[in-house]
Design a protein around this ligand. Sequence first.
Ligand SMILES: *[C@@H]1O[C@H](CO)[C@@H](O)[C@H](O)[C@H]1NC(C)=O
Ligand SMILES: *[C@@H]1O[C@H](CO)[C@@H](O)[C@H](O)[C@H]1NC(C)=O
Ligand SMILES: *[C@@H]1O[C@H](CO)[C@@H](O)[C@H](O)[C@H]1NC(C)=O
Ligand SMILES: *[C@@H]1O[C@H](CO)[C@@H](O)[C@H](O)[C@H]1NC(C)=O
Ligand SMILES: *[C@@H]1O[C@H](CO)[C@@H](O)[C@H](O)[C@H]1NC(C)=O
Ligand SMILES: *[C@@H]1O[C@H](CO)[C@@H](O)[C@H](O)[C@H]1NC(C)=O
Ligand SMILES: *[C@@H]1O[C@H](CO)[C@@H](O)[C@H](O)[C@H]1NC(C)=O
Ligand SMILES: *[C@@H]1O[C@H](CO)[C@@H](O)[C@H](O)[C@H]1NC(C)=O
Ligand SMILES: *[C@@H]1O[C@H](CO)[C@@H](O)[C@H](O)[C@H]1NC(C)=O
Ligand SMILES: *[C@@H]1O[C@H](CO)[C@@H](O)[C@H](O)[C@H]1NC(C)=O
Length: 504
Amino acid sequence: MVIAPISLISAILLVHAHALTLSPRPEYTGDTVAPDFASFSIEFWCLPDYTGNTSHPNTFIQQILRNLKDVTGTSPAIRVGGTSADTTFFSASLDVPIILPPDSFGVFQPDNVTYGPAYFDYFRTFADDTTLTIGINLADNSSTHITNAGDEASAAISALGKSLAAIEIGNEPDLYIPTLRPSTYNQSDYVDEWLTISQHVHTDSLPDLPLQFGALARPPTDALGFQLETLLDFGITSDPRARVFSQHHYFFDNPGAEPQLATLMNHTHTANQIAPFLLTAADARTQGIKYIIGETSSASGGGRAGISDVFGAALWVLDYLLYAASSDVRQMFFHQHTNHTDVVKAYPYTAFQPVPIGGAGPSVRPMYYGILAFDAALGKGKSVINLSDDAHLPAYALYEGGRLDTVVVVNMNLHNATSTSLDGRSSQTVILALPNGAHSVTPRFLTAPGGDAQDNITFDGYAVRNTTGRLESVGEPAKPLHVSGGKYELAPKDSGAVVISISY
Ligand SMILES: *[C@@H]1O[C@H](CO)[C@@H](O)[C@H](O)[C@H]1NC(C)=O
Ligand SMILES: *[C@@H]1O[C@H](CO)[C@@H](O)[C@H](O)[C@H]1NC(C)=O
Ligand SMILES: *[C@@H]1O[C@H](CO)[C@@H](O)[C@H](O)[C@H]1NC(C)=O
Ligand SMILES: *[C@@H]1O[C@H](CO)[C@@H](O)[C@H](O)[C@H]1NC(C)=O
Ligand SMILES: *[C@@H]1O[C@H](CO)[C@@H](O)[C@H](O)[C@H]1NC(C)=O
Ligand SMILES: *[C@@H]1O[C@H](CO)[C@@H](O)[C@H](O)[C@H]1NC(C)=O
Ligand SMILES: *[C@@H]1O[C@H](CO)[C@@H](O)[C@H](O)[C@H]1NC(C)=O
Ligand SMILES: *[C@@H]1O[C@H](CO)[C@@H](O)[C@H](O)[C@H]1NC(C)=O
Ligand SMILES: *[C@@H]1O[C@H](CO)[C@@H](O)[C@H](O)[C@H]1NC(C)=O
Ligand SMILES: *[C@@H]1O[C@H](CO)[C@@H](O)[C@H](O)[C@H]1NC(C)=O
């Protein structure tokens, strides 16, 4: 048995803790989670902040996406859409990429995003293997709305071709009442309008291209929400290209509730909250429809400072990704968005800041490290099952080629870095029972000074350098540890996680 090094303080505290024993099954053959399971969504209007242009690409964003590709072998997918996709107008004669109303800076979303063929050049800054989803305007109800949507689709198809994973028609139609549709608007109207637009989306050159529907804002349990089954009953799949169903999920989405970091760092809360989404995902699977969480993050409306932009959100996202990956959800898109009021400013819920704010250069937020740790665990694609439902100590097993390959333990107990308490930092004892033939483990730690920390975050001894986006060694990367007796005992510190690779 090998015991991981633990500090004296945590050794003393361990006496009071009871150990969590994990006994993953040695073999499991389930669905393989795609290497681009963790992907990104970018608001249509601020795409240039993330891409730059082909002569001056945003090399920071290119690098931080490459860091993820380096561990999964595949670039994250990019969805360009959101609320602003439903305010887009395509103009084939436009000689600039995009025009925004001057008064749009400072509003949450501009009400008119006009773009031309040169807009698609922005996409050329992404790595060649990046798959793209683009939103087209369903909300417009002017006399030109059908030709506009058809033109948008044709322009995207001719410019992006085989890089397209889907065309998404409309965004959050379950919020169209009252500003965009009258109060009588219902799911049957939505399906009719969606099918009217889809008939003008010509995909002959890309016969396998699916069309994405839903993009729903309200959770499946909301009385005013739309339901997959209802959309199917109203005949949305009479266009057989309606093969991807998207729902949006923001962890804190109730303006009345005061968000707390401790709530975000609670696996039970996450599991309860996404339970209805996972039921819909299971239903979609039986219907032969790909189910995605097409827009997601910690808190709607841009996120909450002190919650969305601290290390607790990295642990939340790691657990959330693994839990969803163990279900019928096929992909998740973490939403990115800037604010141009006076300086280009990223919102707290974003995983990275693409462009300078005042003097400070581009940087990643803690959440990025949670996604990096997930991708490191997933590699080129594995099957995922959950091992522990503990509110603060969830754990997962990942299988490759049917054999146990990796175990992830997320210690979500809140250690507050800014606390003046002298109690020190607790840790939790975990005993991992290993399959026959396992001879070593390599534990890679996701660390920070605490759940409330914004800086000094590392994964496996690496940190992302500001401005360049490169991973820089700031500590000791993991080494394989020989195991005997079929057990590996470790003591991850509160507010931290570990990705344990198993060698045979
Ligand atoms: C590309 O971006 C750079 C830097 O913002 C700008 O100077 C240049 O004009 C842009 N090029 C095109 C073709 O828009
Ligand atoms: C955009 O950022 C500015 C400056 O930080 C802030 O005052 C404003 O409230 C933000 N706007 C929105 C809509 O979030
Ligand atoms: C949107 O903006 C463009 C460019 O400024 C303008 O030509 C067009 O009339 C506007 N459309 C609407 C519906 O306001
Ligand atoms: C578009 O929808 C708005 C809001 O429901 C409504 O006031 C307006 O009359 C509609 N326009 C058309 C052309 O249907
Ligand atoms: C939906 O609303 C339309 C009118 O906008 C109405 O004709 C139709 O009966 C409604 N459908 C359902 C299922 O309520
Ligand atoms: C974690 O969340 C669950 C479900 O919301 C709740 O019952 C429980 O009290 C929470 N635990 C803590 C410590 O907040
Ligand atoms: C990186 O940039 C962020 C955001 O501007 C800042 O909070 C952080 O201190 C910077 N880190 C370093 C090491 O300069
Ligand atoms: C895994 O999650 C499912 C719900 O999706 C739950 O029913 C099951 O008890 C969990 N398994 C373990 C070992 O925690
Ligand atoms: C961390 O501790 C400080 C100081 O005691 C306190 O102000 C802050 O609210 C705590 N943060 C959290 C997330 O508990
Ligand atoms: C972060 O690391 C720097 C040195 O790299 C150190 O000066 C600083 O105190 C650390 N901050 C925290 C909160 O640990």
